[in-house]
Design a protein around this ligand. Structure first.
Ligand SMILES: [Zn+2]
Ligand SMILES: [Zn+2]
Length: 328
């Protein structure tokens, strides 16, 4: 099979011919149709995350059709499924036992510890694969699998917040803004300053106000979700936050957070991160998405152009989500 292989961080991936993987016990194999690009892929390629498997096939928003199953696997050949970031957990540590498998001490992640979807085929543990809503084409469904799922988990952690700020209007925010509007919340979008097309994009998806990240929104925020990997945004978001509000950091990596005066946190303001996802998050969001309905804005790339997709994401040039299209 053809795959884009990361041999070393800081180096471009190379298009290689690899042996097609065989599914082991409890695993299935898919013929990959699409795989959306996540900012986490960029953090791995840029050496900002500590322990990827190398060489590695990136990609954890995989839409594929099952073409082989291993022993003891309850999946049907021909079924279209999604393979998300959470690739495996032990099911037995104190986090797994308390409904927090996203925090599992022994979790293995797709496109990080396990080969992912920038390839013609991928294997995955069947019990972590997700059914996909039939309303979505494989191109449109791929970004739901991390941008959507993690964004949804971050949104849930904002509780009942009515005034919601979204910092960084990329793959996740463009989906979550639609869910938030549908839930009756008011959305305020923050982009890189001067990114007027990003701000227009945010308004087209229901943000009532869009501005640069240093701009003061017209109303105090009850919650802010930071999707951009920029630690400076934490005190910036705290400044925009009403008492009792929460700042949710939704990325897996962020530059250092600068020191800030305690009065920004005073008034029961909260800063928290969101880590990974549970299968329950996945099932809930994929059931919700067609009801909203969440529309995904995608920019397709052929497999051989995966490096270009990462470069454009790094430069902030993707509107919505980049998706690698492999077969269909
Ligand atoms: Zn991701
Ligand atoms: Zn565990």
């Amino acid at each position: 099979m053809k795959a884009m292989v990361l041999r070393q961080a800081h180096e471009p991936m190379t298009l290689e011919e690899l042996a097609r993987p065989e599914p082991g016990p409890g695993q299935l194999r898919v013929r990959v149709e699409t795989c959306a690009v996540c900012r986490t892929d960029l953090h791995v390629a840029d050496g900002e995350l500590a322990d990827p498997k190398l060489p590695l096939v990136l990609g954890h928003q995989i839409v594929g059709v099952v073409d082989a199953v291993g022993p003891g696997t309850d999946a049907e050949v021909g079924q279209r499924i999604g393979i998300p970031w959470l690739g495996w957990t032990d099911g037995d540590c104190r986090y797994c036992r308390s409904g927090r498998e996203n925090l599992c001490d022994f979790a293995r992640f797709t496109g990080y510890h396990l080969d992912g979807g920038y390839a013609e085929a991928a294997v995955a543990a069947a019990r972590f694969c997700l059914p996909l809503p039939h309303e979505y084409s494989s191109l449109q469904a791929a970004p739901l699998l991390c941008a959507g799922l993690i964004g949804y988990r971050a949104l849930r952690l904002t509780g009942e917040a009515e005034h919601l700020g979204l910092y960084g209007f990329g793959a996740s925010a463009h989906l979550i803004a639609q869910v938030a509007r549908w839930q009756g919340r008011r959305v305020f979008a923050f982009t890189r300053s001067g990114d007027t097309s990003g701000q227009a994009f945010a308004r087209s998806l229901g943000a009532e106000w869009a501005g640069g990240s240093d701009d003061v929104p017209p109303e105090e925020l009850d919650a802010a979700i930071i999707f951009a990997p920029v630690g400076e945004l934490v005190p910036t978001a705290l400044r925009a936050l009403a008492k009792g509000g929460v700042v949710v950091c939704a990325g897996i990596h962020m530059s250092d957070i600068p020191t800030f005066p305690y009065e920004l946190l005073w008034g029961e303001r909260i800063i928290r991160s969101v880590a990974n996802l549970t299968r329950q998050d996945g099932r809930e969001f994929l059931e919700l998405a067609p009801r909203v309905p969440v529309r995904t804005q995608v920019e397709p790339f052929p497999l051989a152009a995966a490096n270009e997709a990462l470069d454009r994401l790094r430069a902030g040039k993707i509107t919505g989500s980049a998706v690698i299209v492999i077969g269909s």
